[in-house]
Design a protein around this ligand. Structure first.
Ligand code: SAM
Length: 299
């Protein structure tokens, strides 16, 4: 009888994947790291018991975080990625010849080493790409000491606002990211599920709007996140995601399994219930509890 690996949200929702083999388990300085072979999605990564990504469905998330931004941003030469220890976001960014370098700031070196060894195709050729500059450090500390106005793109590919990820979800951190961006620069981040974490999602939007003049959430499925819908958010001082760069789209789409021009446009359509969340007062949302078992209140 094979085993199950359950991700637990409070007592009222579980996501269980039938597991064929427990490939890796470790308690790093920052989190519990598990890599399991699952029937449904192949090899999967979980951090602190939360599913992050898997071989079979990782493209939904990584293509969604990267291509709506890099196919529309004015310039994509200098890229900062915070988090992203599995390498999937770096892999997708480095597919653009215009990208001159990518600094990947990941707090937990054990995640990188475990994914390189046990899930090598997620990072793919990124790990050997001379344009990739991997730094094992806390993204919160990194942005504080970095000089201003040096990045065209910043991508926050983080865990949820729990554990080491908490500091990546507040107004001060977003203000530091804005300082590191060039005037035409774009910040994009995974911004949780408006279904499972309505309070967390709305708080992220409110915090971004306090820092950036232009904020555009966008939506799509991530099969291994048991929420039906996930969100990412595009934030900038000047740029908008609505005009795509045809040359970049024509180059990137043939190698994509999710992203294309029509998907790009559809992702930025905001469902009515989400519009309600965006116009809600953060304080009234305080009464709602999010369904993340360990979510810390977003600052
Ligand atoms: N959610 C992604 C997906 O679905 O493919 C995977 C995200 S990646 C595994 C999340 C990474 O963020 C983890 O490797 C974690 O160690 C890293 N992280 C969390 N807090 C961080 C921080 N403060 N600075 C840098 N990296 C951080």
């Amino acid at each position: 009888m094979s085993e199950w690996f359950d991700e637990v949200y409070q007592d009222n929702l579980r996501l269980g994947l039938r597991v064929l083999k427990h490939v890796y388990h470790s308690q790093s300085k920052f989190q519990t790291i598990d890599i399991v072979d699952t029937e449904m999605y192949g090899r999967a990564l979980a951090l602190d018991g939360c599913f992050m990504t898997s071989d079979k469905e990782e493209f939904f998330y990584h293509e969604s975080l990267v291509h709506p931004v890099l196919c529309s941003a004015p310039c994509i030469e200098k890229v900062l990625i915070i988090g992203g220890g599995d390498g999937g976001t770096s892999r997708e960014v480095l597919r653009y010849a215009e990208v001159q370098n990518v600094r990947l700031v990941e707090i937990d070196g054990e995640v990188v080493e475990a994914c390189k060894e046990h899930m090598p195709h997620i990072g793919g050729s990124a790990w050997q790409d001379p344009r990739l500059d991997l730094r094992i450090e806390d993204g919160v500390a990194y942005v504080k000491q970095e000089q201003s106005g040096i990045y065209d793109i910043i991508l926050l590919d983080s865990t949820d606002p729990i554990g080491p990820g908490v500091g990546l979800f507040n107004r001060e951190f977003y203000a530091e990211c804005k300082r590191l961006l060039k005037p035409h620069g774009v910040l994009a981040l995974q911004s949780e599920s408006p279904v499972m974490m309505p309070k967390g999602f709305a708080s992220i939007q409110h915090n971004l709007r306090a820092v950036f003049p232009k904020v555009f959430p966008y939506f799509g499925p991530v099969p291994i996140y048991n929420t039906g819908i996930w969100s990412w958010t595009y934030a900038s001082a000047e740029a908008t995601p609505h005009e795509t760069n045809a040359a970049r789209v024509n180059m990137i789409v043939p190698g994509c399994r999710y992203y294309n021009e029509a998907v790009h446009r559809g992702m930025f359509a905001v469902p009515n219930y989400v519009k309600g969340l965006l116009h809600s007062d953060p304080l009234t949302l305080e009464k709602q509890t999010d369904n993340k078992v360990k979510a810390a209140p977003l600052a």
